[in-house]
Design a protein around this ligand. Structure first.
Ligand code: TYD
Length: 202
């Protein structure tokens, strides 16, 4: 059955909050119920996302302005090539990070979270129908991250996580759905799924 009103759903949170896992599990729950759905991430896996991944791995440096411009460019492609075509096909789109991440992560000495949010909104990027924010204390996030294997990414220190957490609180819109990220992953996924159904049916 074609879904006439697909929703654009965004997941945000600091590193270690579990939003990537959540985005995947909610997508699986939807598909299991035969609800058309597709998941994407930002930075994307498109050409514009490659430079950002190099930056995140510490292989290249970008100043604050270059970071913002690179994330904006990637977001344009993300919308053009992934998000908008999928919504047009009737699929619900679940996106792991969006413009709120740029406002939170790229804010610093030169740009406030509000400045960066404004830059994004001026681009007329599509506003999500549902915005989930996985709320987690930076200390708990860092403990989780230190248990993970592999290389540390750029923003994974306590000072940075605290800055990012505070920045999110400044810019998240009023209708953001706050999720307590200390709850178990299955419980959180079901909570988001139920909220999705309510929104779709209501
Ligand atoms: P993340 O989403 O946590 O995925 P993974 O765990 O697979 O690496 O990592 C993406 C990183 O990109 C994260 O540290 C935040 C950063 N980022 C920004 O700094 N600005 C942005 O606009 C976006 C979308 C991501």
């Amino acid at each position: 059955m074609r879904n006439e009103n697909p929703l654009f759903i965004v997941f945000e949170g600091i590193d270690g909050s579990g939003k990537s896992t959540l985005c995947k599990s909610v997508t699986e729950l939807l598909l299991k119920k035969e609800i058309p759905a597709v998941a994407f991430t930002e930075p994307t896996h498109l050409e514009t996302g490659k430079i950002l991944r190099k930056f995140l791995r510490g292989e290249i440096d970008l100043n604050e302005n270059q970071q913002i411009e690179a994330f904006l460019a990637d977001r344009e492609e993300s919308l053009k090539q992934n998000i908008l075509p999928s919504l047009c096909e009737g699929k619900n789109v679940l996106l792991d990070r969006y413009l709120y991440s740029t406002a939170a992560y790229q804010s610093g000495a030169n740009f406030s979270p509000e400045d960066i949010l404004k830059k994004n909104l001026e681009k007329n990027f599509k506003i999500p129908d549902l915005l989930f924010y996985l709320d987690l204390k930076p200390k708990v996030a860092l403990e989780r991250l230190s248990r993970r294997k592999g290389e540390k990414e750029r923003f994974e220190t306590l000072v940075q996580l605290e800055k990012i957490h505070a920045a999110y609180e400044k810019i998240l819109p009023k209708n953001t759905i706050y999720i307590n990220a200390e709850n178990g992953p299955d419980q959180i996924a079901l909570e988001c799924f139920r909220i999705f159904l309510q929104r779709r049916n209501g």
